[in-house]
Design a protein around this ligand. Structure first.
Ligand SMILES: Nc1ncnc2c1ncn2[C@@H]1O[C@H](COP(=O)(O)OP(=O)(O)OP(=O)(O)O)[C@@H](O)[C@H]1O
Length: 599
């Protein structure tokens, strides 16, 4: 058991290291796109590292040259030179970070744009299977993480490496023996760092994952507030959040604790190194092997040597956390887009709205069909009510017509065109949707209606609102059409929201309409207004309605009764009643009649 756990840990470690390479390469490709700025940054890094080395060197050299000879002139030159070096050092540091911030911002801007654009190319299935808050966390937290790391790490890593190499070269040049003494602590440092970084990589990944999970949970509970309150589930939600928060705290605690060890460890080793250099250097100086100036340079360099090592290890952790974030971003960018249109798919010409299902079968997952052998024809302008118990497959039929999913067998013909041979966009442009949850965006009422057709004039928007019986209530609002809907359901009632989404669909003027009738109970007057608005909307277009209201069902030209994914009855209200089958039973049974009207 222990062995297995160890093996798992080793495999995890390997995967952290294995995973880094390609991701860093990929982040690098974003940086390489801004080559000229990157070259400037690298030049500044080289300059600042060289200037950083020069400071201690000048001091040591000055001690030997001018202290020993007591030359005041030389001393003034030395001080002026030192001042110039330190000013230039600060300037190069400032310039490199100034340019790097520009590069980092442009990089995360591009990543954020790619991620957001890609979101809109993904299938509905992708969103159905994921927590929305967790996805949002990728656009916000993970990208922010990459940005913060790029701002600091790239420069730090380059400058640390250069400083290390430069320091070592000058030290060897001055005294190979003293260099060897200074290096004694390096293996200790490496061992300490390796021990810490091997733990932190895993912990950071864990922390990032838990953060995403917690964000997802927060988003879910905020948008599901009504449900939580109505079922008095606050204690459960609070307890679940407490557990998630606790888990995040623990992974954060350990990740930070291990990272926090690094500076302390380095500081201790630093002091140790300083003591060794001072003691051994003093002994060498007494013997005449090295000068006092050289010891001063070495004691400064020994500090300079541990700092970049320290920085490198710190940056390694930050880098790991950014790589974990970038991985999660790339993970989405690499997710396959919603099936691209078939090769040679053509735009659908203007249609009359005939829809034909020929032996259509479909399943969401491997295994049994969700719907099977569906056959029906919807003539242009007809209203088709889809009726059946919950889970029967009504929404699935809608999903197939809208091509959010493709049939596994059979074909769907739109005005005689095989739907797989036409582009999705051209099909959806001729379709309109009025869904149960009339989603309103943040913006004015006018903008919300205009969402149906962006180039509609104000007059057309108002005309659609009038046809949808929404005009009078809009006019009564203080700002009329310019009233800003700040949140999804702020300020207006459920029924009014439905009227607005009907207005939106009327404006879009689609040939095929999908209507998922709202189940929410609405006062009688609004209900009448909605019915009237729907009459306007349904006129002259093929409409598929997941029907919940008896009135809608009775008026439909065709009622398709579905049970367990199959069409069990088809016809109009009178025909189906006469058949004395499922629909008849559903209609006549008091209990189920209520269900028919309200589910
Ligand atoms: N995205 C999905 N992934 C996997 N299975 C799904 C998915 N959507 C629906 N299903 C399953 O497919 C079956 C048909 O679901 P569908 O939503 O079409 O039923 P429905 O008749 O519209 O039900 P309701 O009236 O409750 O909305 C159900 O068993 C459902 O669990």
């Amino acid at each position: 058991m222990l062995k297995k756990h160890k093996e798992n840990r080793t495999e995890e470690k390997r995967s952290v290291v294995r995973g880094i390479g390609p991701t860093i390469k990929r982040i690098w490709s974003y940086l390489a796109d801004q080559r000229s700025l990157m070259i400037l940054v690298l030049l500044m890094v080289v300059a600042s590292s060289a200037l950083g080395l020069m400071g201690p060197f000048l001091i040591g050299w000055g001690i030997d040259e001018y202290f020993a000879t007591e030359s005041a002139d030389g001393f003034i030159w030395l001080l002026s030179g030192l001042a110039a070096v330190y000013v230039m050092h600060s300037l190069t540091l400032w310039l490199q970070s100034y340019w790097m911030i520009g590069i980092a911002q442009k990089t995360v801007y591009t990543m954020r744009r790619q991620l957001f654009n890609h979101f809109h190319k993904l299938s509905i299935d992708f969103f159905n299977k994921r927590q929305h808050g967790e996805l949002m966390s990728r656009v916000t937290n993970d990208i922010e993480n990459v940005s913060a790391t790029l701002n600091s790490s790239v420069i730090q890593i380059f400058s640390s490496v250069l400083t290390l190499v430069g320091t070592l070269a000058v030290m060897i040049w001055l005294s190979p023996l003293l260099t060897l003494v200074t290096m004694i602590i390096v293996p200790l440092m490496f061992m300490g760092m390796k021990w810490i970084t091997s733990r932190t990589g895993r912990l950071y990944k864990e922390q990032q994952r838990r953060l995403g999970e917690m964000n997802g949970y927060i988003e879910e509970t905020i948008s599901g507030q009504k449900i939580i309150k109505s079922f008095s589930q606050e204690p459960k939600v609070i307890e679940e959040f407490r557990i998630k928060n606790q888990q995040l705290k623990e992974s954060g605690y350990w990740a930070q604790t291990f990272t926090g060890f690094i500076p302390k460890l380095m500081n201790m080793l630093n002091n140790l190194s300083f003591t060794i250099v001072a003691a051994v250097g003093g002994f060498f100086a007494l013997k005449g092997y090295v000068t006092i100036g050289t010891i001063v340079i070495f004691s400064e360099y020994s500090r300079q040597f541990t700092r970049p090592l320290n920085d490198l290890s710190n940056q390694f952790n930050t880098l790991l956390s950014a790589v974990a974030g970038a991985d999660r971003v790339f993970d989405i960018i690499d997710t396959e887009e919603e099936a691209v249109d078939e090769k040679g798919a053509k735009p659908l010409p203007n249609i009359n709205g005939k829809v034909e299902f020929k032996d259509v079968s479909f399943s969401y997952e491997r295994g049994g069909d969700t719907v099977s052998d569906l056959n029906f024809i919807a003539e242009p302008g007809q209203t088709i009510a889809l009726v059946g118990p919950t889970g029967a497959g009504k929404s699935t039929i809608i999903n197939l017509i809208s091509r959010f999913y493709e049939p596994n067998q059979g074909m769907i013909l739109i005005d005689g065109h095989d739907s797989t041979k036409i582009t999705r966009e051209s099909l959806r442009k001729q379709m309109g949707f009025v869904l149960q949850d009339s989603f309103l965006f943040q913006g004015t009422i006018r903008e919300n209606i205009r969402y149906g057709r962006l180039d509609a004039t104000d007059e057309e928007v108002e005309k659609a609102a009038k046809a949808a019986n929404a005009h009078s209530f809009i006019q009564r609002l203080p700002e009329g059409y310019d009233t800003v809907l700040s949140q999804d359901d702020a300020g207006i009632s459920q029924g009014q929201k439905q009227l607005l989404s009907i207005a939106r669909a009327i404006l879009a003027d689609p040939s095929i309409l999908i209507l998922d009738e709202a189940t929410s109970s609405i006062d009688t007057i609004t209900e009448l207004k909605i019915q009237e608005a729907l009459q306007h909307l349904l006129k002259g277009r093929t409409s598929f309605i997941i029907a919940h209201r008896l009135n809608t069902i009775k008026n439909a030209e065709q009622i398709i009764v579905i049970e367990s994914g199959q069409i069990i009855e088809k016809g109009n209200h009178d025909e189906l009643l006469a058949q004395k089958g499922f629909y008849h039973d559903l209609y006549t049974s008091q209990l189920e009649k209520r269900m028919l009207m309200n589910y």
